[in-house]
Design a protein around this ligand. Structure first.
Ligand code: ATP
Ligand code: MG
Length: 446
């Protein structure tokens, strides 16, 4: 993309309404525009990152054997009357009447609807196990929408639902979700710690939240800091291997890590003092096992091998896709702007032309731009007629992890400059070497 033809409405001033750094940078970098409290338009740069995150979530769900579908945002109230949640949910639910005076609602989550789909089409234990998921907009009429996309009213969530014959099978589905979530966050360059949690309106007693440590997080967290060093890395997980999946879950949940709700001071005391940490965290996902809570009330049953009929075992599992943009920025920024991890960056690298209009410099930039694209990369070329300082400030603000700077002085020596946004370190090399280096970096970050 050429910046002169892109739509990147960068703000020079700090927006007064933004209290935390991610909200401030998302507005300043022209990623989002607020349309009403907690409701945002996703401008091109923000939309690009949102799509990258969505893509990683899809890939990891599919890798775990889960099946994508798409349910609507609007739901009939009658489904929620069946489970009893229409009255329980309270003011967070946006209730709507259509022209025929039928009660509708903008879905805050989809347990009822997916259970309805299941009971309409699945009848036999032979069709289990089954996990269906979608990535869809949700609406929760939060009392205090704030911190930008972090606590929106309309927000994008991945929500998945497992259907199993036995509790043992459903617990394997739960564990599979835990591992797939760990992989998902890790690919985004995030450390999200699974912490035992309380279940709230979803119900059930087995639940973990995934928290990203950040001083601006809304939850207080108590943890053994060795938990932040655990990594899945390149481990190739066989999701059908129950022992392997359980082993990973045990490894990632054996150290103390709890939110308030579930914190136990006496147990925490046993963590060696040097590792005992209290901090704050952002909830970027949660998994639940709730057994037959919905299948019983809504009549989602299957016929078993001996011909009897049993309610199906279920769980639900959510990732805050749009909240992740905020969490990623909280965890990756400096005083100049965002620093995107390679896994989610909107463009793979920036090209800064130091002397726009100079024939040789323009030609070198064009050559680089084409060579990067030929490698399947997505560069952002700052071809505006602007001062170098302004171009650097924009690149630093929008946070592309790599920048190639091209100017007449370097070109005279046959070199361009490759700069890492994270370390700030620069290296001179030929344009060909810079392209090869960037291609290699992204080959290592699929
Ligand atoms: P919270 O405690 O932050 O209100 P929740 O526990 O009610 O969230 P879940 O029902 O677990 O939310 O939804 C799954 C995920 O969706 C959460 O882990 C979070 O990342 C995201 N999410 C929930 N509410 C919002 C919101 N208002 N804005 C953005 N993302 C949200
Ligand atoms: Mg939650």
């Amino acid at each position: 993309m050429r910046l002169s033809r892109y739509f990147l409405p960068v703000l020079k001033e700090n927006p007064a309404e933004a209290q935390i750094v991610s909200h401030r940078y998302m507005l300043r970098a022209g990623m989002i525009k607020q349309q009403a409290a907690g409701i945002y338009s996703w401008l091109p740069l923000g939309y690009k990152v949102l799509k990258r995150i969505e893509q990683i979530v899809h890939e990891e769900q599919i890798r775990a054997g889960h099946i994508p579908l798409l349910m609507p945002t609007l739901q009939p109230a009658d489904l929620w009357r069946e489970s009893g949640r229409y009255d329980d949910y309270g003011q967070e639910m946006l209730r709507i009447k259509d022209r025929h005076e039928r009660d509708m609602l903008y879905g805050p989550t989809n347990e009822e609807m997916i259970t309805d789909i299941f009971r309409s089409h699945v009848n036999s234990y032979k069709d289990l196990p089954l996990t269906l998921y979608h990535i869809q907009w949700k609406f929760r009429d939060e009392v205090r929408p704030r911190f930008g996309v972090m606590r929106g009213r309309e927000f994008l969530m991945k929500d998945g639902y497992n259907f199993d014959l036995t509790k043992e099978d459903a617990l394997h589905a739960y564990n599979r979700h835990m591992v797939s979530y760990l992989r998902t966050y890790e690919r985004m360059g995030l450390t999200a710690i699974p912490m035992r949690a309380a279940s709230g309106p979803i119900g059930g007693d087995n639940t973990h939240e995934f928290l990203v440590l950040a001083s601006t997080g809304e939850s207080e967290v108590f943890y053994d800091d060795r938990v932040t060093e655990l990594k899945l890395g390149t481990r190739d997980v066989d999701y059908d291997n129950r022992a392997e999946v359980l082993g990973i879950c045990d490894e990632f949940t054996s150290l103390y890590a709890r939110t308030d709700e579930t914190h136990d001071a006496a147990v925490f005391e046993q963590v060696p003092e040097a590792h005992r940490k209290v901090g704050r965290g952002i909830e970027v996902g949660q998994i639940f096992y709730f057994g037959t809570k919905y299948s019983e009330s809504m009549g989602a049953t299957v016929v078993t091998a001996d011909g009897s009929r049993v309610p199906v075992e279920m769980g639900s599992h959510g990732i805050g896709v749009s909240r992740l943009l905020g969490a990623l920025i909280e965890a990756n920024h400096d005083d100049k702007g965002i620093i995107w991890p390679e896994g989610v960056t909107p463009f793979h690298c920036g090209i800064v032309n130091l002397k726009q209009g100079d024939a040789a410099t323009d030609a070198a930039c064009e050559g680089l731009y084409k060579a990067l694209k030929a490698q399947g990369l997505d560069p952002l070329y700052d071809d505006r007629d602007e001062r170098a300082g302004a171009k650097f400030a924009t690149m630093d603000l929008i946070g592309l992890p790599w920048r190639i700077t091209v100017g007449p002085r370097g070109l005279a020596n046959g070199v361009v400059e490759l700069t890492s946004r994270r370390s700030g370190e620069s290296e001179e090399m030929s344009a060909e070497a810079a392209v090869a280096r960037i291609a290699q970096i992204y080959a290592d970050h699929p």
